[in-house]
Design a protein around this ligand. Structure first.
Ligand SMILES: *Cc1c(COP(=O)(O)O)cnc(C)c1O
Length: 477
């Protein structure tokens, strides 16, 4: 994103020491394309410099415009192909209140997998009956609340089924429930630890168990086959298996399935480590996913009307494909180093404590000004005193100055939920709204925030109760 301002400032190229770089034709360069040719000095029109002056480095920046645009185009891709579609926002992908409420305003239900996420959705104002409650760890207390508030409970295992039945019986209620299924699509590694296995007959047993209960009623089927699934055919297989199962349970147990929830997992425009082709070449479009899902669903449900039974509602729990490219991380150069093997290294003020997904992705790195000089293979380190703190193992960059800034993207999925308070304080997060206004949506941590849950027993209130060991260097002479 070359800005006119930057072009105007640069009158002519500075003199550079001539150098020779061997051309290795025929090899894919594992460092990727030379990123220094592209720079980015603003986010949604707000200058990076201004953002950092006000909110300090490092800084996460979310674009409300991109978030709404992504949500809208995914919604459209499905609505065009299937008449009855709902979306559940996967809280664990990014549960910042501002992000959740943008997506709720766009029409998303809340998809939660824990007490914390359930409570967070309720506190944000999401009604109980707009919550999809997944996850393997639901206590009696939270299930009672979920039943009372009309949440859609997706049962993960038999013990949960028995507990829920007990709760429903003691409340003298009939509770509509869904079950989570697992199966082999042939394209993804089966996540058999979640839900009931279709192939083994477990899932049908669970459906029978529900059918035989006076207090439970099976109305939904749920599955979530993986994350960053790059093969749309996996979804075709998923929907086929779920529809065949739906037919079978309806026929055998007499229940009527009102919704099929196919979960999330669509890949975002990010580079998975180990895949050297650029994401634009390997990541399917949303239309490809939507077509795989909707065509299969239409095909398997077209005769339902003749059986006086409407088509099931399709629910999607798309997480990363909605939010990933709506957020960037701006980080500044603390120091330059040369490693003994000759590689250049840069120390940044943000590390894997902030950017947890750096363990799996080669995030795109753009400087915020045009860089001059010969690009060299560079390692980008974070600030942690830990060998694992690597933001990029290898990226081609010209020399950087202390204080220069780099923009990592896309970082919206699984960072602001999985990040760690480890060694450093976590930084500010701002949202740029559609008018270009910048709001702080999560303040940087400080000592009070980080230590507020700690308690010091009385005998540990002072570090040196017997007096301070002053001048310890002199005493060791
Ligand atoms: C994590 C999760 C999602 C979202 O997955 P993405 O890969 O981010 O799309 C959806 N549903 C369930 C049950 C999940 O656990």
């Amino acid at each position: 994103m070359n800005s006119d301002d930057t072009m105007a400032e640069v009158q002519r190229k500075p003199w550079l020491k001539p150098s020779i770089t061997p051309l290795r034709s025929g090899f894919l360069n594992k460092s990727g394309a030379a990123r220094h040719m592209i720079w980015r000095d603003n986010i949604d029109g707000v200058p990076v410099k201004k953002l950092l002056e006000e909110f300090k480095s490092p800084l996460f920046v979310i674009s409300e415009q991109t978030l709404r645009k992504n949500s809208d185009s995914i919604r459209e891709a499905f609505r065009r192909r299937y008449p009855d579609v709902l979306f559940g926002w996967s809280y664990k992908t990014n549960y910042l209140g501002a992000v959740c409420n943008v997506l709720h305003q766009e029409g998303d239900l809340a998809e939660v997998v824990s007490v914390f996420e359930y409570e967070k959705a309720r506190r944000l104002g999401v009604p109980g009956d707009c919550i999809l409650f997944n996850g393997p760890n639901k206590s009696r207390e939270i299930l009672e609340r979920a039943v009372n508030e009309g949440a859609h409970i997706h049962i993960d295992h038999l013990d949960e089924l028995y507990l829920l039945e007990d709760i429903a019986r003691s409340m003298e209620r009939v509770v509509d429930v869904a079950i989570r299924l697992n199966f082999d699509t042939g394209y993804t590694e089966p996540w058999s630890r979640f839900g009931f296995s279709v192939e083994s007959g477990q899932a049908l047993d669970a459906a029978w168990r529900i059918a035989s209960s006076d207090n439970l009623n099976l109305v939904g089927l749920h599955a979530h086959i993986g994350t960053f699934v790059m093969e749309p055919l996996a979804y075709k297989a998923e929907v086929k298996i779920m529809c065949e199962f739906m037919e079978e349970v309806e026929k055998k147990t007499g229940c009527i399935i009102k919704y099929i929830d196919v979960g999330g997992g669509f890949a975002s425009m990010n580079s998975l480590q180990g895949i050297y082709l650029p994401p634009e070449q390997v990541i399917p479009s949303i239309d490809q996913y939507a077509e795989a899902i909707c065509d299969t669903l239409l095909q398997f449900t077209h005769d339902r009307e003749s059986r006086d039974c409407s088509r099931p509602t399709l629910i999607l729990e798309t997480g990363r494909a909605v939010v990933d490219d709506a957020e960037v991380l701006i980080s500044s150069v603390v120091a330059n180093k040369h490693l003994p093997d000759g590689r250049r290294a840069v120390i940044l003020d943000a590390g894997v404590n902030d950017l947890f997904t750096a363990f799996w992705y080669n995030h795109d790195v753009s400087p915020s000004r045009q860089l001059w000089g010969r690009p060299e293979e560079t390692v980008l380190y974070g600030p942690l005193c830990m060998n694992i703190d690597v933001m990029r193992h290898s990226v081609m960059l010209p020399p950087l100055n202390v204080g220069d800034t780099l923009i990592f993207s896309p970082v919206g999925a699984y960072n602001n939920t999985q990040w760690l308070q480890f060694i450093e304080y976590r930084p500010n997060i701002v949202l740029i709204d559609e008018e270009g206004e910048v709001s702080l949506i999560r303040a940087a941590e400080d000592l009070d925030v980080v230590t507020q849950q700690e308690r010091l027993p009385q005998h540990l209130e002072k570090p040196y109760p017997k007096g301070v060991p002053r001048n310890f260097l002199e005493s060791t002479k």
